[in-house]
Ligand binder design. Structure first.
Ligand code: HEM
Length: 145
């Protein structure tokens, strides 16, 4: 696969300009040239770690899960000597997200009221009240005659 090509640190260090910018995060070699202008944290911070391992800096910011998943889009290879665990480490993020989705779906199901509950809570008291006042009205009318 194209993004499984192995690069050495000195090879990666060749790509440290704005027109050709690579960096390493969690053993993945990323080509972020096209991302420089889009990065919400700015181009400058990426240029500071251009051609280098930026794992510590990336983690220190506390990037969102979305940002962590986006990293995969820019992968062009792996760092020489990076272990499989290191490279696959981010896959757990996807698992965590699907758990969250299951939980929110459960909460949504709990919300709507059953039709019988609406009857007992609203229509039954209304019926009782209407009958009571109707009865009183009719008996008053009769007493006036
Ligand atoms: C391909 C790699 C990267 C991606 C896809 C990425 C993506 C993002 C995204 C989406 C945000 C917005 C906040 C969030 O969703 O977490 C962000 C913010 C930021 N990023 Fe990155 N980032 C990358 C690499 C880096 C690196 C290597 C550094 C540091 C050297 C860095 C520093 C920052 C900073 C300082 C912010 C602003 C945080 C704030 O305003 O609170 N990012 N990044």
């Amino acid at each position: 696969m194209e993004n499984q090509r192995v690069f050495t640190r000195s090879q990666i260090l060749q790509h440290k300009s704005e027109k050709d910018c690579w960096l390493v995060i969690n053993g993945r070699v990323l080509d972020v040239t096209k991302f420089l202008e889009e990065h919400p944290g700015g181009k400058e911070v990426l240029m500071e770690v251009a051609g280098k391992d930026a794992t510590k800096e990336f983690d220190a910011i506390g990037h969102s899960k979305g940002a962590q998943n986006s990293v995969l889009k820019y992968q062009v290879g792996v760092l020489e000597g990076a272990t499989v665990e290191e490279v696959g480490g981010m896959e757990t993020v996807t698992g965590m997200e699907s758990k969250t989705q299951e939980m929110s779906a459960f909460v949504v199901k709990e919300d709507p009221k059953a039709p019988s509950q609406i009857f007992y809570e609203f229509f039954l008291p209304l019926l009782v009240a209407t009958s009571y006042f109707g009865y009183r009205f009719l008996t008053r009318e009769e007493s006036h005659i």
